[in-house]
Design a protein around this ligand. Structure first.
Ligand SMILES: Cc1cc2nc3c(=O)[nH]c(=O)nc-3n(C[C@H](O)[C@H](O)[C@H](O)COP(=O)(O)OP(=O)(O)OC[C@H]3O[C@@H](n4cnc5c(N)ncnc54)[C@H](O)[C@@H]3O)c2cc1C
Length: 144
């Protein structure tokens, strides 16, 4: 996918449909750019409510919403459901599970992972809670 062949506007690729990526995408709504928003999930996770999913007071669908639907009114944005494995900054392309995607400007908003501070034993036994599957794992363990 080579945006410079298709559009007269520069292409902004945003990796990550979390709070950061969504905010950038919205701010670019009326700007002369083509926006490609990429996430490995087709939904946004509202992380502050993961506790409620883990403790059984909310269902997971209450804290996840479709990224594609959220941006369906934004004409200059396309959503791609794929995982980015590499950034080739020399060629201005990112490598994803659906192929290469070219960019003029790149925003990396991929969030963070749980930090075990190098403690392999804690990493092995602990149950982190940064995603819906992880919150559900906790919930099932508590119920069992
Ligand atoms: C349990 C919990 C409770 C919290 N409570 C609060 C709170 O009360 N108040 C508060 O202000 N903050 C809270 N936070 C923190 C807040 O949720 C984060 O600071 C915020 O989500 C960070 O936003 P982000 O856009 O940087 O990353 P994220 O929201 O993590 O989004 C990153 C996105 O990038 C995608 N992604 C990652 N890697 C790739 C890849 N290689 N390819 C494609 N897509 C990728 C992910 O799927 C994800 O959608 C909480 C966090 C947690 C875990």
């Amino acid at each position: 996918m080579n945006p410079t062949d298709q559009s007269k506007f520069p292409t902004v690729v945003i990796i990550g449909g979390g709070f950061g990526g969504i905010q950038v995408a919205k701010q670019l709504a009326d700007k002369p750019v083509e926006v490609i928003l990429i996430d490995k999930h087709n939904y946004h996770t509202f992380q502050p409510l993961l506790y409620q999913v883990a403790t059984g007071s909310l269902e997971s669908e209450s804290i996840a919403f479709s990224l594609r639907k959220n941006f369906e009114g934004q004409k200059n944005l396309r959503f791609r459901h794929t995982e980015v494995s590499k950034i080739d900054a020399e060629r201005n392309v990112i490598i994803t599970s659906i192929g290469e995607i070219a960019y003029d400007y790149l925003v990396v908003a991929t969030g963070s992972t749980t930090n075990f501070f190098g403690n392999k034993e804690i990493e092995h036994y602990a149950m982190p809670m940064k995603s819906i599957p992880e919150a559900l794992n906790l919930r099932y363990m508590v119920l069992q």
